[in-house]
Design a protein around this ligand. Structure first.
Ligand code: ZN
Length: 107
């Protein structure tokens, strides 16, 4: 499904895009700012990351940092759900950028 959004086949509210990555609004937002950041290249999850993909992964984190400082000056969170137990529901690697409200602490 994400592959189609990324290819532009499905409508999505784009917050950012370049030749390697797209960022768009999550359809079920969990915070006032909730963006999904995904590579155009298909990778199933962070579990599939190889050393050759490390630069792409770094690029995704940079996109998150750029959007986070622009949209969530008070702070933000970056989350990657990996696999079934990790709560991943779409089989295309993506990061969730959350902010715009006070987020709870993680343990
Ligand atoms: Zn995909």
């Amino acid at each position: 499904m994400f592959c189609r959004i990324i290819a532009g086949a499905l409508p999505s509210r784009r917050a950012y895009e370049d030749d390697r990555a797209v960022a768009f609004a999550d359809i079920k937002p969990a915070a006032p700012v909730h963006l999904v950041i995904a590579p155009r290249q298909h990778l199933a999850s962070l579990a599939d990351l190889e050393e050759e993909d490390a630069e792409l992964a770094g690029h995704l984190v940079w996109v998150a940092a750029k959007l986070g400082r622009d949209l969530c000056p008070g702070g933000w969170r970056l989350v990657a759900n990996v696999g079934e137990e990790g709560g991943q529901t779409v089989g295309h690697l993506h990061l969730h950028l959350l902010g715009g409200r006070q987020l709870g602490t993680l343990g």
